[in-house]
Design a protein around this ligand. Structure first.
Ligand SMILES: Cc1ncc(COP(=O)(O)O)c(C=O)c1O
Length: 397
C-alpha cells in the first residue's frame, strides 16, 4: 500500500490551506527548491555552456520523457518533453493527419479543451486542403466514428465535468474504421492509470503542471506509438529534431524515433523542477492513487450533496467513469469559489457556472475533503458568497 503520509510531506503546502486545485497547478515539491538551486549554482553557474554536455542538459528531454512514460504505459524511447501542450497537440495532429491522407475529417468533442480545438482549426487552415473539424457531444463520439474520419482527437478526461472517455474502446473503434487517434492526457497523467500501449493509442500528449507537479508553465510531453516512430513526419521541424543538429545542414532530415518531436532548445531549468517533482512517484502505486482518488471524490460528492442542496453535481457518480476531479454547478459559481478561496479552500471556476475541485491523493486526504465540505456548507447556508468583492472577475478564474 502506498504511504500517502510520506508523499504528502514531499510537498510544500501553506499551513491551513486545503489545496483542491492540483488538477490545474500542482503544489511545489520540496525537493525542487534544492534541486533548482543546485542546478543554477553548480551546473549553469560553474559549467556555463559546458553544461549541455557536462550536466546532461541535452539528454534531459529524453530521460525525463521516459520517466513520464512510465506513468502512462509508454515504453522507453516513445515519449519526449518540450514546449507547451498546445504545441504538442499541433505536432501530434499534424503527424497523424500525414499518416492518414485521403480522409477529410478530424473528429473531436465539445468536452475537449478549447486550445486543442483552436490548434486543430489553425492547422487545418494552414494545410489548406479542405479538412473539416467535426465536434460532437462527448456521448456521440463513438457513433460519429466512420470511414471519413482521418484522426480522432480527444482529451481523455473532460476538464469541466471530469467525464472519462474509454480510450481503449474508442481507439479500437477508430482503428476499425481506419482512423488514427490523438489523446490529450492533461487530466489523466498522474491522475489515473493510463496504458497507452494496451489502448493502442497512436499519439498522446499532455502537460506536467497539473498532477505531475512540474510548476507553472512546465514543459509538455508527446508520445508516439512504436509503429509510427520512424514514419511520423514532424510538422514543426526545428533543429533539435534534426538527425544531426550540430551538422548544421541546410536541409531538414527527421531525427531517429521520438527525437524528431523535439523542436528547439529545451527549458533546462523547468525540466530540472519536473525531474525533482517526478521523484514523488517513486514507490507510488497508480492503482492506490486511483482507488484513493475515487474514494475521496465519492466522499466529497456525498458530503456536499448532504450539506449544500443548491449545488448541482456536474460529474458522474460512477467513479470508474470520471477522472480525479469533481464539479458542481451554481449560477453564482464564480462568487462561491471566491468565497472559498478567501477561506483558504482552493479550487477553481470554469465558465459558465462550474466550481471545480481536484483530488490528488499524493497530498490530499479525507480530513481535507471534510474540511472543504464544511466550509462550503457555511458559505452556502449564510450566503457568504454574496459580497461585492467575490463578484469581481479576475483575469484567471
Ligand atoms: C486538456 C488540455 N489541453 C490543452 C491545454 C493547454 O495547455 P498549454 O497551455 O500548456 O498549451 C490544457 C490547459 O490546461 C488542457 O487542460
Amino acid at each position: 500500500m502506498t504511504d500517502f503520509a510520506r508523499t504528502r510531506a514531499l510537498f510544500d503546502i501553506p499551513e491551513g490551506m486545503i489545496y483542491l486545485d492540483g488538477n490545474s497547478l500542482g503544489p511545489l515539491p520540496v525537493a525542487a527548491k534544492e534541486r533548482v538551486a543546485a542546478m543554477l549554482a553548480d551546473e549553469w553557474g560553474k559549467h556555463l555552456i559546458k553544461g549541455w554536455n557536462a550536466a546532461g542538459w541535452m539528454n534531459q528531454s529524453r530521460r525525463i520523457g521516459d520517466r513520464v512514460g512510465k506513468l502512462i504505459g509508454a515504453p522507453e524511447g516513445t515519449t519526449i518533453m518540450g514546449d507547451t501542450l498546445s504545441i504538442k497537440v499541433y505536432q501530434a495532429l499534424a503527424a497523424a493527419l500525414d499518416l492518414n491522407p485521403g480522409r477529410q475529417v478530424v473528429l473531436s468533442d465539445s468536452g475537449n479543451f478549447p486550445s486543442d480545438l483552436y490548434m486543430a482549426q489553425g492547422l487545418i487552415g494552414s494545410l489548406g486542403r479542405g479538412l473539416e473539424l467535426k465536434v460532437v457531444e462527448p456521448e456521440a463520439v463513438a457513433d460519429a466514428i466512420d470511414e471519413t474520419v482521418a484522426v480522432l482527437m480527444l482529451t481523455e478526461v473532460d476538464y469541466r465535468t471530469g467525464r472519462l472517455h474509454d480510450m481503449k474502446a474508442l481507439t479500437a473503434k477508430a482503428h476499425a474504421a481506419g482512423a488514427l487517434t490523438v489523446w490529450d492526457l492533461a487530466h489523466s497523467a498522474g491522475a489515473l492509470p493510463v496504458d497507452l500501449i494496451g489502448a493502442g493509442a497512436d499519439f498522446a500528449v499532455g502537460c506536467t503542471y497539473k498532477y505531475l507537479n512540474g510548476g507553472p508553465g512546465a514543459p509538455a510531453f508527446i508520445y508516439v506509438a512504436p509503429k509510427h516512430l520512424e514514419t511520423a513526419r514532424p510538422a514543426l521541424s526545428g533543429w533539435l529534431g534534426h538527425e544531426a543538429p550540430f551538422a548544421f545542414d541546410l536541409d531538414y532530415r527527421a531525427g531517429a524515433g521520438i527525437d524528431r518531436m523535439r523542436v528547439g532548445t529545451p527549458p533546462v531549468i523547468a525540466l530540472t523542477v519536473l525531474d525533482a517533482a517526478l521523484d514523488a512517484w517513486e514507490g507510488v502505486s497508480m492503482a492506490d492513487v486511483r482507488a484513493t482518488s475515487i474514494a475521496l471524490c465519492d466522499l466529497f460528492i456525498a458530503e456536499v450533496e448532504k450539506r449544500c442542496p443548491d449545488l448541482v453535481l456536474a460529474t458522474t457518480r460512477d467513479g470508474e467513469r470520471r477522472g480525479s476531479q469533481v464539479s458542481f454547478r451554481h449560477p453564482q459559481g464564480y462568487a462561491i469559489m471566491q468565497a472559498l478561496i478567501a477561506r483558504n479552500v482552493i479550487g477553481d471556476f470554469r465558465a459558465p457556472d462550474a466550481i471545480r475541485f481536484g483530488f490528488t491523493p499524493l497530498y490530499i486526504g479525507e480530513k481535507d475533503v471534510l474540511g472543504a465540505a464544511a466550509i462550503l456548507e457555511t458559505i452556502m447556508k449564510d450566503r457568504l458568497w454574496d459580497r461585492p468583492e467575490y463578484h469581481r472577475k479576475a483575469a484567471v478564474t
